[in-house]
Write a protein that binds this ligand. Structure first.
Ligand code: SF4
Ligand code: SF4
Length: 348
């Protein structure tokens, strides 16, 4: 089978319908308040296929690393404690309409959750999920994936990638998982013509000029941060502007910090849960002794950007920790976000 196909827009609902028979479909959905969120859907009419190129504020990482997840339950009995692992949901899922920046972020999380001790909770869900990516050729004002090489068109990482060619989609098959989805629906997918290839190329080229926020020039910033050459005033100022709300970490698709706690759920039943955490919270680094190495906000902001951008982590994670989704720009009340911090460090 060729690794590219055409799907006419009039057939997209039929494709979603067949996907719904094969797996649980998670797709962009408009709430009654007008927000776009990723949510399980039960019919094609619920899917916002052309969602005005507005991405969800909470990234799809929540379907691999939920905000709260039970890892095991245990109880105290006469004969002692009994433990029951709570294994990950093994049902097949499709994330339909995921943006290229978020696919890149999932590849970043894959490396993290595969390194050292393999995280079965994340990896099981990942293994059972297909990613159908929709490329953006009308980027939002806050998008800068063009600076982070994580969009708006990918060459790998997706199972299927859809590029909008006016009345049809140019569909690229990235993996055997994606190929299987095409095979199930082979009557819907047509062969690609030379004109389709040409239009795809034109759209890819013209999109590059549409980014308004191509302003995160990382290289000098990475060097200065890694060599410890950032003026302390930068962190003092950013620390004063930070509210320690943790919003930047929660909306960031590459942030993966979590906390683990044991909760008493009933008289004898306990649950070990993990929940999202944030390096921007004062308690994040508080030690058992009571000492806190990052008590001050400026130190926490500094640490966050060091983790995202320094050589040490770029080497370990094979890339820096930003995919240019722009969510921190939308979220932070103190106007602390990746492009602002990159520029501040570069010019300091
Ligand atoms: S940087 Fe902004 S979003 Fe992040 S904790 Fe501080 S105020 Fe909240
Ligand atoms: S640092 Fe900001 S722009 Fe970069 S991936 Fe995180 S939320 Fe998106």
């Amino acid at each position: 089978m060729n690794n590219v196909k055409i799907l006419f827009k009039e057939d997209i609902n039929k494709f979603v319908q067949i996907c719904l028979k094969e797996a649980k479909v998670i797709a962009p959905f408009k709430t009654t308040y007008g927000d776009t969120i990723f949510s399980p859907v039960t019919s094609p009419s619920e899917v916002v296929i052309d969602h005005g190129y507005e991405n969800s504020i909470i990234p799809p990482k929540e379907f691999f690393l939920p905000q709260e997840e039970t890892m095991l339950t245990y109880g105290r009995y006469k004969e002692g404690y009994k433990f029951k692992p709570s294994l990950a949901d093994e049902s097949k899922r499709i994330i339909f309409g995921i943006r290229p920046c978020d696919v890149s972020a999932i590849l970043f999380l894959d490396r993290f959750f595969r390194s050292d001790i393999e995280d079965i909770y994340y990896l099981k869900k990942r293994e059972n999920t297909a990613l159908i990516s929709f490329c953006c050729h009308e980027p939002q004002e806050t998008c800068f994936c063009i600076c982070t090489d994580s969009g708006p068109f990918l060459t790998y990482g997706f199972d299927l990638q859809f590029i909008d060619l006016e009345d049809r989609y140019f569909v690229e098959i990235g993996t055997p998982k994606g190929e299987k989805l095409i095979k199930f629906n082979k009557n819907l997918f047509k062969d690609v013509s030379v004109a389709d290839e040409k239009l795809r190329q034109e759209i890819v080229e013209s999109t590059k000029n549409k980014f308004k926020s191509a302003r995160a020039y990382f290289s000098k910033t990475i060097r200065k941060l890694s060599e410890g050459k950032v003026d302390r005033n930068v962190w003092d100022e950013l620390g004063q502007r930070c509210f320690s709300c943790g919003g930047c970490s929660y909306v960031c698709p590459t942030c993966s910090c979590f906390d683990v706690a044991d909760l008493l759920r009933s008289r004898d039943g306990y649950s070990r849960i993990r929940t999202w955490d944030s390096c921007m919270f004062a308690g994040f680094t508080k030690e058992a002794s009571g000492h806190n190495p990052r008590l001050e906000k400026k130190d926490r902001v500094c640490r966050r950007y060091y983790h995202k951008l320094s050589y040490q982590y770029v080497e370990k994670n094979e890339t820096h920790g930003c995919v240019g989704c722009g969510r921190c720009i939308v979220t932070c009340l103190g106007n602390i976000n990746m492009p602002v911090v990159v520029e501040k460090i570069r010019r300091s």
